[in-house]
Design a protein around this ligand. Structure first.
Ligand code: FAD
Length: 375
């Protein structure tokens, strides 16, 4: 790449943006734009709602703790416009100024809004803490909790709440089994697991979502069902209905699919843009948009390096898995169960999961070393 260090602009420093930025920071000048001053992971909502201090250790990490981010220019703000022709973006900073930044390569990793737990508002650390604390308190005070939605988030939340509290927990979903997109064996297993952990599961319930409501707050009104069942009342209703909205308002419609996700080719390069890539939940990489958990960041890092050194023939392809996979329930007293694309389950005993996976692997290998939280 010569002595001139090319500039890579990474939009969004969430689960994938952080991995891309930390990997490119040695060979490139990296500018990372983020709406928050910390990595706030979209993973493991269930354990976040039931054991916030432990969840924070792995999933809420101020950027100043990442050694590998020292060399990058982190801008706290939101990208509001993109000028592909001149390879530049317009950023609204957290202090309300407008700043323009030019790039040689642009990586879009701005994720999606989902429920109350993922959004693109500009926030500081105090606001993150206040919001998380308030949600957890409301759930902790409830005697009856309804979780609407049978995807990975709904299942994780319902199971964790049932295990960790005395509340009656009800999970409503519209199909006959939870976890669409997962292997059939995983779907059958989770039905048994939810029952044994004390969740009352209600299949074939399609909730009427109040008009204009995005599921982005906990609610207390009774739930009506378009599938014909009687109204259901709970102290708190948590909506996990998968109403994801991509964070792409700063991009022209020409690079988006009809749902607003970024259209990419097999190299995760944005269609029609030679020096722009997209990865993570915002990228229409495959039907499950699974490039975050299927190591899409490695493809991006390799391809950005290849592009900037003039070796496009070395571009790598992204290979999605046919089914969703991952840790559904988070770390539990009996360990961490990871479900595989082929339907098998691997259970990692708790001490190993805690020390080797969440400690050594995530903090040292994946994040490249973290400073202690009070430094
Ligand atoms: C290694 C790995 C393992 C995983 N394992 C699991 C698993 O086991 N189970 C599971 O359920 N999931 C897993 N996931 C996936 C995870 O649930 C989500 O898919 C992931 O959080 C999505 O990451 P993202 O970077 O696309 O979005 P996010 O993490 O949401 O990051 C996007 C960031 O961009 C910011 N942003 C938005 N708009 C703008 C803008 N205009 N300008 C600047 N910033 C903006 C947002 O505020 C946010 O901070 C895994 C992911 C990874 C990377």
């Amino acid at each position: 790449m010569g002595s001139h260090r090319p500039t890579v602009l990474v939009a969004g420093l969430g689960d994938t943006g952080v991995l891309v930025a930390t990997r490119l920071s040695r060979s490139c000048h990296v500018i990372g734009v983020s709406t928050r001053p910390a990595l706030v992971s979209g993973q493991e909502l269930g354990t976040r709602l039931t054991d916030l201090p432990r969840w924070r250790r792995t999933y809420l990490v101020p950027y100043r703790r990442f050694r590998r981010l020292d060399a990058i220019d982190v801008v706290h703000g939101r990208i509001v416009q993109t000028d592909f022709k001149n390879s530049a973006v317009e950023i609204e900073t957290s202090t309300g100024e407008l700043r323009r930044a030019n790039y040689d390569a642009f990586v879009i990793a701005t994720g999606v809004s989902n429920g109350f737990w993922r959004h693109d508002r500009i926030e500081d650390l105090a606001a993150i803490d206040t919001t998380m604390g308030a949600v957890n308190e409301q759930l902790a005070a409830a005697s009856t909790i309804a979780v609407v939605g049978g995807g990975a988030t709904g299942v994780s939340v319902a199971d964790n709440l049932a295990r960790s509290s005395d509340a009656e927990v009800h999970l409503f979903h519209s199909g006959n089994e939870p976890l669409p997109g997962f292997h059939p064996d995983v779907r059958r297993w989770i039905v048994r697991r939810l029952a044994s952990d004390g969740v009352s599961v209600h299949p074939e319930h399609r909730a009427q979502i109040p008009s204009g409501f995005l599921g982005d707050t906990l609610t207390t009104d009774p739930i009506d069902w378009s599938s014909g069942q009687e109204q259901f009342s709970a102290d708190v209703v948590l909506w996990a209905v998968g109403a994801v909205r991509p964070h792409t308002s700063f991009l022209p419609a020409s690079v988006l699919d009809e749902d607003g996700f970024v259209e990419v080719d097999a190299h995760l390069r944005v269609i029609g843009q030679a020096n722009v890539f997209a990865v993570g939940d915002v990228a229409a990489s495959d039907p499950l948009r699974s490039s975050a958990r299927n190591w899409g960041y490695r493809v991006i890092v390799g391809n950005v390096r290849a592009l900037l050194s003039g070796h496009e023939s070395k571009f790598r392809d992204f290979k999605p898995a046919p089914y969703r996979w991952g840790s559904l329930l988070g770390l539990q007293s009996d360990g961490l169960t990871v479900v595989q694309p082929n339907g098998k389950r691997v259970r990692i005993p708790r001490p190993i999961a805690q020390r080797l996976l969440l400690g050594t692997f995530v903090q040292r290998v994946l994040y490249g070393g973290l400073r202690r939280s009070n430094s």
